[in-house]
Design a protein around this ligand. Sequence first.
Ligand code: HEC
Length: 151
Amino acid sequence: MSDLGRSAPVRSFARIALSIGVAALATQLVGCGKKAAVDEELAAKLVQPVARVELAAAPAAAPGSRKGEDIFKAVCSACHETGAAGAPKAGDKAAWGPRIAQGYDTLVKSAAAGKNAMPPRGGAADLTDDELKRAVAFLANKAGAGFKAPD
Ligand code: HEC
């Protein structure tokens, strides 16, 4: 009997200690879960402006100073690399020969105004005239035109 008398308080102390421990652990786990969720949201918010700036900077140079090759890659290649919408493919001499024969100025005018399935300026309304000329020269020169674009 004396054994039971002694062990009962010990057991209940152990139970209390255990439940405090479990409660503390549970609180920590819940706390951790919430903290992680908040951190993820915060991280997403912090990353967003950086991602936006990178997207906006994608054409690399400032408007007006973009190179023909960069414009081609960013805008014109969508059709002229693949031949999409019936576009004459870059470097296809048979397709470009008769067009090149029209002359640089005529090609620039077509590209500026748009032609059939090609929207004006290839859809990039912010291209300056010089930039468009550079892109046309880059594209036509791939098929052997030898046009001299403005710097
Ligand atoms: C949405 C597709 C598309 C995009 C983007 C596009 N083109 Fe075209 N392009 C065409 C098609 C289609 C033609 C053929 C038009 C025709 O003769 O019927 C063409 C033709 C041309 C021609 C020949 C015009 C002529 O008079 O024969 C030039 C030059 C040209 N594109 C330059 C460009 C340049 C430079 C860009 C980028 C700034 C560009 N294109 C972007 C579809 C596109």
